[in-house]
Design a protein around this ligand. Structure first.
Ligand code: SF4
Ligand code: SF4
Length: 343
């Protein structure tokens, strides 16, 4: 394990920036989101949750697949999608890192999504452990330990005050560490005991959180009974179908593909979509989910029943709590899990 003094952060970022595109939690007008770093930016690695999750780096909100041009009967295609440059994403919380693994199960299964695969292969992911979970956090309900080590990243880091401890765990992480050898320092026994103390204190904090008892494994029942449960009608009455919950969610991955056309040229792109929207999956014969109740049920049955049934029990939620904070009518997965008996 190594460490970097916080007063050398600027050197660290400049050094990474020499060989990679560097994305960090950047604060603008009080809001923190991941963005490409440049000198003078306000980096905020202490912010617990970015507004938008970092899934947008491996699955962008909007992405051009190809451009096309027509000249008489001749059609020219230009594949522009994908990620060409190596990049480092620094400061990813363990819940968001787990979401990458959940998205891999979708996009890297046969047939592999080539654009997604390219983005995954170009990225070096550096985590940032949490020592101050929020009241809305419930990652522990999904087996995530936010204060220890994430298996889903290339380098784990821990903020212990004046310095950040740095521990590579993949070849990509080792390569990045080698490049930073003049900036990283050896850790001392004192650093390690500070880390242990912070981790133990966090363990206690996690047990005291309001959602600490949430347990999706307690949801019992046959698929059909859960599908027909009356809770969907009750809960969905308030849902506005605004889609905010799906846009902030690190595991939601519905998308749409469209052509944007001019007379002789255009482009094909995909963009995030939401199963909460009334025109989602709208087809020539109509919509397969006609009511908000059906759309609401689909979102949560997918996260809590269909996805785990197809992915060795893994739930499609990481307990980040963003939907708990953002839904304008206070409807969220916590209420659904509780209603289905998961507490
Ligand atoms: S459903 Fe809510 S708590 Fe779960 S991962 Fe999505 S935004 Fe986070
Ligand atoms: S659950 Fe809340 S955030 Fe999600 S679509 Fe309904 S009203 Fe919007």
């Amino acid at each position: 394990m190594k460490k970097i003094l916080k007063n050398k952060f600027s050197d660290l970022f400049s050094k990474i920036d020499e060989s990679y595109e560097l994305f960090l939690p950047i604060e603008v007008d009080g809001k923190v989101n991941f963005d490409m770093w440049k000198q003078g930016d306000t980096v905020n690695v202490e912010k617990l949750k970015t507004n938008i999750s970092p899934k947008s780096f491996i699955f962008p909100q909007s992405e051009t697949y190809l451009k096309f041009k027509r000249d008489g009967k001749k059609l020219e295609l230009d594949n522009v999608g994908g990620k060409k440059e190596e990049y480092v994403l620094f400061g990813v919380r363990h819940c968001d890192a787990r979401s990458f693994k959940l998205l891999d199960n979708v996009f890297l299964s046969d047939p592999v999504d080539a654009l997604y695969e390219e983005r995954r292969e170009k990225g070096t992911i550096v985590s940032m452990a949490c020592f101050n979970p929020a009241q809305t956090c419930f990652c522990s309900s999904f087996g995530i330990e936010p204060q220890t080590t994430s298996k889903e990243v290339d380098v784990n880091t821990w903020d212990i005050g004046d310095s950040i401890l740095w521990d590579p765990q993949t070849q990509r992480g080792e390569n990045l560490t080698k490049q930073l050898k003049d900036i990283l320092e050896d850790v001392t026994e004192q650093d390690e005991s500070e880390l242990n103390a912070l981790q133990e204190a966090t363990n206690d904090k996690l047990k005291e959180l309001p959602l600490a008892n949430l347990d999706p494994k307690k949801i019992k029942g046959e698929l059909n009974d859960l599908f027909e449960s009356e809770i969907w009608g009750e809960l969905s009455q308030r849902c506005l179908g605004c889609g905010s919950c799906t846009y902030v969610c690190p595991t939601c991955h519905c998308y749409d593909i469209s052509d944007f056309k001019g007379d002789t040229s255009g482009e094909r792109f995909r963009c995030w979509d939401s199963c909460m929207f009334s025109d989602f999956t709208l087809m020539a014969h109509g919509n397969i989910r006609k009511t908000q109740k059906e759309r609401f049920r689909q979102r949560f049955m997918h996260k809590l029943v269909y996805y785990p049934n197809n992915n060795e029990g893994a739930y499609a939620c990481v307990g980040c709590g963003r939907c708990v904070e953002k839904c304008p009518v206070h409807l969220d997965i916590v209420k659904v899990i509780k209603k289905l008996g998961g507490e």
